[in-house]
Write a protein that binds this ligand. Sequence first.
Ligand SMILES: CC(C)(COP(=O)(O)OP(=O)(O)OC[C@H]1O[C@@H](n2cnc3c(N)ncnc32)[C@H](O)[C@@H]1OP(=O)(O)O)[C@@H](O)C(=O)NCCC(=O)NCCS
Length: 168
Amino acid sequence: MMGQSLPKPALRPFLPADTPMLAVIFIAAIQELTGDDYNEAQQEAWASAAEDEAAFGVRLAGELTLIATMENSPVGFASLKGPDHIDMLYVHPSVAGQGVASMLCDALEKLAGGRGATKLTVDASDNASKFYKKRGYVATQRNTVTVNGEWLANTTMQKTLPSGGAQA
Ligand SMILES: CC(C)(COP(=O)(O)OP(=O)(O)OC[C@H]1O[C@@H](n2cnc3c(N)ncnc32)[C@H](O)[C@@H]1OP(=O)(O)O)[C@@H](O)C(=O)NCCC(=O)NCCS
């Protein structure tokens, strides 16, 4: 991952065998990229969703999950729940800030739009809300949710997709 010419990310669909690697990415992203907005107890509670790997795999398989790879290794993933809700978007800290989440989000927006969705919603974590705002998502509601005994704040955000479905 180091060096001046960084490998280009590619996208592919989720396979069940990816589950352990995605659990690693999920936990590392929470531990290393959310500390400005959530305390350690909140981060641990949030990351615990990947502790039961089988259940985590079922969640990933039950949604439209896309994986970003670099040199064939998963480095990030995103999932669409139902027709128009982004459930998960996580990028490994070692490749953060290189456009991986943007690529994943572009693809989910195109897929959802192509299937007829007119909008996308997301319950954005506080650290991710600037990312979504840059992409045209607008805050609609502030939430406080309990996760594994801890209270975590997030913001429901919404983006209107171009009419006619698929974007260029
Ligand atoms: C949020 C997250 C997915 C962003 O991944 P990423 O691959 O680093 O994002 P990108 O490189 O595509 O960033 C795209 C733009 O958003 C900006 N951005 C990304 N994360 C940001 C942050 N935490 N704060 C401010 N801006 C941010 C980038 O600077 C970039 O701006 P630019 O286009 O002007 O350069 C990643 O930080 C992450 O996994 N966070 C922890 C998990 C999480 O909170 N997920 C969201 C759950 S809803």
